[in-house]
Design a protein around this ligand. Structure first.
Ligand code: ZN
Length: 392
């Protein structure tokens, strides 16, 4: 069945104007003013008081669960389809984290395939926090080249007591493997880097960029809003031409301890004249959010939320006063370009039919279409995972 979204105010993510958008079961097939399609096989969705924006892209979700830093009871559960669709997320990248013993790459791949079968566009990173990298084919390069859904390596931990304490040579070799795997398969081969709160922050990446031929754009360091010092290092890194990712999941305790709220950080980037195309948000959904004391003892553990992804964009608009078209790219066109997902991140003819409708004033998520499939319609969840419980 075709779907005709009527009279939506289109953001692509830049402002376009009022348009009708025609979707088939996978692709955007027309964007015009006043499309008339009076056929019984066309479902018409009135979007007169709605904004149509591209489906959101979340470049870091622990889809098989993560955590475990507080022992076995602190392992976080797997993500459900509706955790993502309620949050407007239609494209995501799954990753392992601290635990690459009880969390396996084979399970990560299976979960990736499950979310794809359910109608989302899900990819994954080979590897984990640690070296030697956790792989399926015994090589990061061949994982990326030969496994369709594998688009890079990550999240590799630096400046963190939970990481493998990589040397400059090890990071350079890993980035080279990922880069070549990406080149040979037409993918980004991006290196997602978990940056901890160690004082060395981005030093290791900068050394690799300074002393090898690997371009700075091969790396996507995340958690860059963890503290002011790291954020300032991130501003300089963007000035060098690098990409950085900010984590939207947080807790009041983290914010009190110096983490920067993403919406405020985004405004700051605008004020300092940073290249806004180089900045992305990700939710770190279903990660554990652990706090440690000075001796490295765990003091608190919470779980990352996918809904934080768009909430921070909304806050950037409604609280910080940024224009929607300045804020939306961090979860649409920017990650699409950086991850080289050519059919994602924009609403254009021929692109995948990933569309979110927002209520005009409150910017609440009203409807979500993923590759033409209705996931949420006027606030009602239309599609669940097979064994999801507690949903309407
Ligand atoms: Zn991380």
């Amino acid at each position: 069945m075709l779907k005709l979204i009527k009279s939506a105010t289109l953001y692509n993510p830049e402002f376009v104007g009022v348009r009708d958008i025609l979707l088939d079961s996978h692709t955007i097939i027309a964007i015009e003013e006043g499309i008339e399609c009076d056929y019984p096989f066309v479902e018409v969705i009135d979007a007169t008081d709605k904004l149509a924006v591209p489906g959101f892209i979340d470049s870091l979700v622990h889809i098989t669960g993560g955590g475990g830093e507080g022992g076995f009871t602190s392992r976080t559960p797997e993500v459900n389809l509706t955790d993502l669709t309620r949050a407007g997320i239609t494209t995501l990248v799954g990753a392992l984290g601290t635990d690459a013993v009880s969390r396996t790459l084979t399970n990560l791949i299976a979960k990736t395939k499950e979310l794809n079968e359910l109608g989302l566009s899900c990819y994954f990173y080979s590897g984990s926090y640690h070296l030697p990298a956790t792989t399926l084919t015994a090589s990061v390069q061949s994982d990326i080249m030969l496994i369709e859904e594998c688009i890079g390596v990550g999240e590799v931990a630096i400046a963190d007591h939970r990481g493998s304490q990589l040397s400059y040579n090890e990071l350079a070799r890993l980035a080279s493997d990922s880069r070549v795997g990406g080149m040979l398969s037409g993918k980004s081969g991006i290196v997602s880097i978990h940056v901890g709160d160690g004082p060395e922050n981005l030093k290791l990446i900068n050394e690799v960029v300074d002393n090898t031929d690997i371009p700075i754009t091969q790396f996507l360091p995340t958690h860059m809003n963890r503290n002011q010092e790291l954020f300032d290092a991130g501003i300089n890194y963007v000035k060098r031409g690098g990409y950085i990712d900010l984590t939207t999941s947080t807790t009041p305790e983290f914010l009190q301890a110096g983490e920067l709220k993403c919406s405020k950080a985004l405004k700051h980037f605008v004020e300092v004249g940073a290249d806004m195309r180089n900045i992305t948000f990700s939710s770190d959904g279903h990660a554990s959010l652990p706090s440690f004391d000075h001796d490295g003892n765990l003091t608190q553990l919470e779980i990352g939320s996918e809904s934080s992804l768009f909430n921070e964009v909304r806050d950037a608009v409604l609280i910080e006063g940024l224009a929607l078209e300045k804020s939306l790219p961090v979860i649409t066109s920017n990650p699409a370009d950086i991850l080289k997902l050519k059919k994602k991140g924009r609403i254009r003819v021929g692109m995948d039919a990933d569309v979110v409708l927002l209520d005009k004033e409150e910017l609440t998520i009203n409807s979500v279409f993923s590759k033409g499939k209705t996931m949420v319609l006027q606030g009602d969840i239309k599609c669940h995972g097979k064994f999801e419980r507690g949903c309407d």
